[in-house]
Design a protein around this ligand. Structure first.
Ligand code: ADP
Ligand code: MG
Length: 233
């Protein structure tokens, strides 16, 4: 059985100092020998209380956090030793959705510009095809075409998360890492976003690493559940 992504024995420590005048240091094992794998087109949920290392895990899987020890393979390639060109190409294939899209979406840009950006970064298409791709993305996530000329602050939390999702699927990734994407939303809106994510999974054969602090949230969407506690699975 070949996996889309495997992580073996990931470890990451942070050292925290306690204020300017204190010499006391605490070492935090944010990740303590974490191993997991994700199969194409399936959802692995990672559930754990606040501070258990979920975001550090998410960020280390896309090399936003550099781990101290461990191995990550994506599509049978050693992800940690990719050169910058190969890393850029692989990053098309692994996207991330965050808890608060207001923080991750550039507030000064229109939604159209935000959704066009991935195509620009990777030099895909021309102005006209990019505009078409943006309208198609908006339609796919259930937002009206006129959203393209608006700014993120003009949308509700749930709509903003749809924008974040549209940006994540723009380049047709195989894996999306979702770091508590519904934690900040009202319960009724949560299920709409979860349904959208499940529809997109079917349509595009997406794999998700879905992080939550609440088991109830992941019950319907996950194929497997990993529980994190103090940096361990
Ligand atoms: P979670 O997402 O499950 O709430 P995090 O991965 O954010 O957990 O944090 C795990 C632990 O690592 C926490 O104790 C947190 O304070 C610590 N931590 C996370 N990032 C940093 C950092 N950049 N510097 C120092 N400590 C950090
Ligand atoms: Mg977190």
């Amino acid at each position: 059985m070949s996996y889309l992504l495997t992580a073996k024995n990931l470890s990451k420590q942070f050292t925290q100092t306690h204020g300017f005048f204190s010499r006391k240091k605490t070492v935090i094992h944010a990740l303590d020998n974490v191993s997991l794998n994700i199969t194409k087109g399936t959802t692995l949920a990672v559930v754990g209380e606040s501070g258990s290392g979920k975001s550090t895990l998410a960020r280390s899987l896309i090399r936003l956090v550099s781990i101290d020890k461990g191995k990550i393979t994506f599509n049978d390639k050693d992800f940690l030793s990719l050169d910058s060109t190969a890393l850029k190409n692989t990053r098309k294939n692994i996207q991330m959705i965050f808890q608060d899209p207001m923080e991750s979406l550039n507030a000064r840009h229109t939604v159209g510009e935000i959704l066009e950006e991935p195509f620009l970064i990777h030099g895909i298409g021309n102005a006209q095809t990019r505009r078409q791709s943006v309208s198609k993305l908006l339609d796919t996530v259930g937002l009206p075409a006129r959203s393209a000329s608006r700014y993120p602050f003009e949308f509700s939390g749930g709509q903003r998360q749809r924008i974040g999702i549209a940006r994540a699927i723009a380049l047709k990734p195989e894996l999306i890492i979702c770091d508590e994407p519904v934690s900040a939303l009202d319960v009724s809106i949560q299920s709409q976003i979860l349904n959208l994510l499940m529809d997109l999974q079917k349509e595009f054969n997406l794999a998700y690493l879905f992080i939550a602090h609440d088991l109830a949230v992941v019950k319907h969407i996950s194929d497997r559940v990993a529980i994190m506690y103090l940096g361990k699975i």
